[in-house]
Design a binder for this molecule. Structure first.
Ligand SMILES: Nc1ncnc2c1ncn2[C@@H]1O[C@H](COP(=O)(O)OP(=O)(O)OP(=O)(O)O)[C@@H](O)[C@H]1O
Ligand SMILES: [Mg+2]
Length: 278
């Protein structure tokens, strides 16, 4: 990869690396019967520090596979995938992940759940309580300040998902990966969570890669919307979204650029998959 002027110092070189860079990556699974399933093929994707990138694509096109590769939970079959210039070889503390369901541990309080990654990473896991201040502060940011001692079953779906976002952020990773984080929520809660996530992102300056089935959500949240083809997933188009921030539902969703983009993305998905997009 060209890194500009030859005289650049080592530090400059690091600063110039894209935070996430996928070059021609593919993922092939082997099923138990030995069949080959090509999930993604030849994906090139560069994501810069601080970007908010949304990925949409038909069901089964390899979106979760791609996210798992970036998270270091799985390995590429071919191609090159780097995080801050270094090949991804496994999970990194610079990456936090939020799954479709909040996946909180039911026997732990919100405080314990969110602090779990810190305890797992600590040299002395018995030193419980040292990080409570940090966890409480994060919970306050997402409006769960008064819920730290509750158990997951005492929270609504949206609140559980906010706790899961806190858990992903608790080690202050550079990158937040989100796999359909709001898919299980009702429409109104989902809108509120979108606004909330935008606020968290703007305050924390994380790099976010979010997968969604909702074109509306992708255009509302993203700096870019990457559209994938049916399996094996390839990138069909990468749409920049230049709508002003902070975005709010009333204004943004009526904006001509928003309407135009959602129409274009829907048409592309319909055309490529023959399925009806949401
Ligand atoms: N561990 C695995 N072993 C074998 N095949 C797999 C495995 N994981 C995923 N697949 C297959 O790879 C393809 C892509 O799956 P993936 O979960 O990445 O799609 P997706 O785009 O996230 O779908 P959805 O939108 O429904 O969540 C699918 O055909 C799936 O059956
Ligand atoms: Mg998926």
């Amino acid at each position: 990869m060209s890194q500009g002027a030859n005289k650049a110092t080592g530090e400059d070189k690091i600063a110039q690396q894209p935070l996430i860079a996928a070059t021609g990556i593919s993922k092939v699974y082997r099923t138990v019967s030995g069949a080959r399933v090509e999930a993604i093929a030849g994906i090139d994707l560069v994501i810069d520090d601080g970007d908010f990138v949304c990925i949409v694509g038909p069901s089964g096109c390899g979106k979760s596979s791609l996210l798992r590769l970036v998270a270091g939970l799985d390995t590429v079959t071919s191609g090159r995938l780097t995080l801050a210039g270094a090949p991804v070889r496994g999970p990194s503390r610079e990456v936090g992940m939020v799954f479709q369901n909040a996946t909180l541990l039911p026997w732990m309080t919100v405080l314990e759940n969110v602090g779990l990654p810190l305890r797992l990473a600590s040299a002395d896991p018995d030193k419980a309580g040292d990080d409570d201040g940090l966890v409480r502060e994060l919970l306050g940011v997402v409006g769960l300040g008064g819920f730290s001692d509750k158990y997951p079953y005492e929270l609504s779906g949206g609140m559980q998902q906010r706790a899961a976002i806190c858990r992903a952020l608790v080690r202050d990773p550079k990158v937040l990966l989100m796999d359909e984080p709001f898919g299980a929520l009702d429409a109104l809660t989902r809108e509120r969570m979108n606004v909330e996530l935008q606020r968290i992102w703007q305050a924390s300056r994380k790099t976010v890669l979010l997968i969604t089935h909702s074109i509306a959500e992708a255009v509302f949240l993203g700096d870019r919307v990457v559209v994938m083809s049916p399996r094996p997933g390839r990138i069909l188009q990468d749409f920049p979204v230049e709508l002003e921030r902070p975005r709010n539902f009333a204004e943004t969703t009526g904006h001509p650029e928003y309407l135009q983009l959602t129409r274009e993305i829907r048409a592309l998905l319909d055309e490529s998959s023959g399925e009806e997009a949401q």
